[in-house]
Ligand binder design. Structure first.
Ligand SMILES: [Zn+2]
Length: 192
């Protein structure tokens, strides 16, 4: 036999890889786990938006990024050479960081940084993480339980780290890359 697996043109076809992934996901147990994780993922995302609706137009906390903020009148010292000027500005802080808010700052938070934009980032990274993880698990024909990592990360950002906080965003960004790498690592260890 000279033919091996790779020389068969069928195995190079991206459609057959896609079909195989679809087949793995449609197995009864995998499908049940996928749908359960998906329902959790979607309900946490919806919960995230609904619970943040009253704060969507607030600028996020200048220190941690949380959505529940109030403005603090602050002096902004800026330099327009050779002189320095001072201007009064509103800077937004959460309750925790409002207590130690500086009276004078030299740098203002970006005006483009809004709670709505941060929630959009959370939604996009959470969804990419979910799809990436599902793809990895199906490709390796692994157990589908790790799919619950994604709704768990959303739950942490909802209740522990803050809905639009810097920590939640970093956590969800890491959640796109780190779980598939770990799963692949354990899978390849088991194979050898
Ligand atoms: Zn804060």
């Amino acid at each position: 036999m000279t033919d091996d697996f790779r020389s068969d043109p069928k195995n190079h076809n991206p459609m057959s890889a896609f079909k195989r992934i679809r087949l793995v996901i449609s197995r009864k147990e995998n499908l049940q786990l996928t749908l359960t994780a998906l329902v959790l993922q979607l309900s946490f995302l919806i919960g995230l938006w609904i619970s943040t609706l009253p704060y969507l137009t607030n600028p996020p906390c200048a220190i941690c990024g949380n959505p529940k903020t109030k403005a603090v009148k602050t002096f902004w010292q800026y330099r327009s050479r050779p002189q320095r000027y001072i201007m009064e500005k509103n800077i937004w802080y959460c309750e925790k960081h409002r207590q130690n808010a500086p009276k004078i700052v030299t740098k203002l938070p970006s005006e483009k940084d809004t709670v709505a934009m941060r929630l959009t980032i959370v939604t996009v990274t959470g969804s990419l993480g979910f799809v990436g993880l599902l793809y990895t698990l199906a490709m390796l024909e692994s157990n589908f339980i790790p799919l619950f990592i994604q709704p768990a990360l959303l739950l942490l950002s909802l209740f522990i780290f803050g809905r639009s906080s810097n920590t939640s965003i970093y956590l969800l960004l890491a959640g796109i890359v780190i779980p598939p790498i770990f799963i692949f690592y354990f899978w390849s260890k088991r194979q050898s």
